[in-house]
Design a protein around this ligand. Sequence first.
Ligand code: IPE
Ligand code: IPE
Ligand code: MG
Length: 245
Amino acid sequence: MGVLFNKRESEPQVSLPIHMGIIMDGNGRWAKRKGLPRTFGHKSGAKNFRSIVKYCSQIGIKHLTVYAFSTENWTRPNEEVIALMNLFEQYLIEALSDFQNENIKVKFLGEMEKFSSKIQNLIKEVEKSSQNLTGMVLNIAMNYGGKREIVNAVKILAEKVIKNDIQVSEITESSFSDCLYTAGQPDVDLVIRTGGECRTSNFLIWQAAYAEYIFTDILWPDFKFKDLDNILTLYAKRKRRFGGV
Ligand code: IPE
Ligand code: IPE
Ligand code: MG
C-alpha cells in the first residue's frame, strides 16, 4: 500500500484527477531484461493491472481508462497477439468477480468486433453485470485507436445529418464528445505512461487534449502503488491554466 493514499486514511491528502488514463507500456522489455519471453511480461503486466485498478478505486479515482491493446498492436508477431488474446480471456473471467466486489463499473472502448466471439461474449457479460455498479468507472481500451474513434464519431454525426436528425450547425465539441466511446464521461485530467516512451501512441487524443502528461521510465510490471502516489503528488502540484492566466 502506498504511503500518501493509505486506504486506512479517510481522504487522500492531495487533489486527485477525476479521470486518469494509463498507457501500460514496457511489458516486453521487462521480460527481456529478465531473459524471459515477451509473453511473460504481459502476464506480469496483467497481474499488475488488477492490483493498480483496485488501488485507484480505493483511493477515490472516479474514472480510470487503461490502454490494453491498440489498433496498431495487431501488427505484432502472431504468437504474441495470440498470447495477449488468451490473457484477455482469462482476465475477463477473473475480472468479472474481482471488480464486482470493488463496485467497479467496467466499460470497453474500441472496436470489439475484431475479437473472437468468446471474448466478445465475455465483454458483454462484464459490461452487463457491472452496469448498475456505482463505484469507479473502469474503461478498458482494447482494439482502441484515437483516430479510429474520431472517424467513427464523424460517421455517426454524418448519418444523423443525412437523416435530418440534426443540422450541421448543431455539431459542437459537446455533441461530438457524445459520439465518442467515452460519451457521458469527463475529459481526461492526467495521462500516465510507463515504459519511458514520451508519446501518446493514439490514446485518447480528443479526451486528453488538455490533460497533464506524466511519463515514467518504470516498466509497467514494476509500477507499484508508491510510484502512483509519487505521480499523483506531482500532478497535484501542476498549475492547470486551460489557456487562462
Ligand atoms: C505494453 O507493453 C502492452 C501492450 C502493448 C499490449 P509492450 O508489449 O509494448 O512492451 P514493450 O514496450 O515492448 O516493452
Ligand atoms: C501503446 O504501447 C499501446 C498499449 C500500451 C496498449 P505500444 O508499445 O504499442 O506503443 P508504441 O509502439 O511504443 O508507440
Ligand atoms: Mg510498448
